[in-house]
Design a protein around this ligand. Structure first.
Ligand code: IMP
Ligand code: MG
Length: 190
């Protein structure tokens, strides 16, 4: 059995996500906000968050990332799909699972604001303020964490560990276990 260095248990996450959902429900009670969700990492957080909202809302998805190779930082940002909804006048909440350098979000914020939105706020499950390279204003934060690489609850290391129900630090042994199974995805079933 793998030893996990847990930062937040499943119960702690559930409680915090409920709190965030009630805060957002209270703040947006008189509008129908549009959640723009950053894939892939925010998919589990969002699924839990929206199921705890008590207000009407809409969702859309976008893929953008700055980590191109495991946990190595890269300044380059790639965007895959584009926002389909008409953003003009909409109250937008951008959902990310973690804000690290801030590069991804600051680029996206510029793009979204250029569509003349009614308002824009950022909601993230995790924030690593000490890793910030670009200033980003984050309105809703689940937890602040130190500058360590974490996995679980949607967050991956080379596409692994997203399914963990808790959030854990990426330890050398978790890294090694990914390396050891690197080629397994390529072995074809007979
Ligand atoms: P930023 O542009 O540096 O803020 O990068 C943000 C993105 O990098 C996040 O949305 C994640 O997809 C990824 N990322 C940053 N830190 C971590 C981490 O500790 N674990 C997993 N992914 C991370
Ligand atoms: Mg992300």
């Amino acid at each position: 059995m793998e030893e996990y260095k847990k930062l937040f248990s499943s119960e702690e996450i559930t409680t915090r996500v409920r709190e965030l959902a009630s805060e957002i429900s209270a703040d947006y009670g008189d509008s129908v906000p549009l959640f723009i969700i950053l894939l892939k990492g925010a998919f589990i957080f969002t699924a839990d968050l929206v199921r705890n909202l008590t207000i009407p809302h809409e969702i859309d998805f976008i893929t953008a990332w700055s980590y191109l190779d495991g946990s190595r930082r890269s300044g380059a940002i790639e965007m895959i799909n584009h926002i389909r909804a008409n953003l003009e006048g909409r109250h937008v909440i951008l959902i990310d699972e973690i804000v690290d350098t801030g590069h991804t979000l600051s680029r996206l914020i510029d793009t979204i604001e250029s569509h003349k939105v009614g308002s824009l706020r950022v909601c993230t499950l995790l924030d690593k303020p000490s890793a910030r390279k670009t200033e980003v204003s984050v309105h809703y934060t689940g937890f602040r964490i130190p500058d360590v690489f974490v996995v679980g609850y949607g967050l991956d290391y080379r596409e692994r560990y997203r399914n963990l129900p808790f959030i854990a630090e990426l330890t050398p042994s978790l890294r090694e276990s990914v390396r050891a199974t690197d080629n397994f995805g390529k072995i074809r079933a007979r």
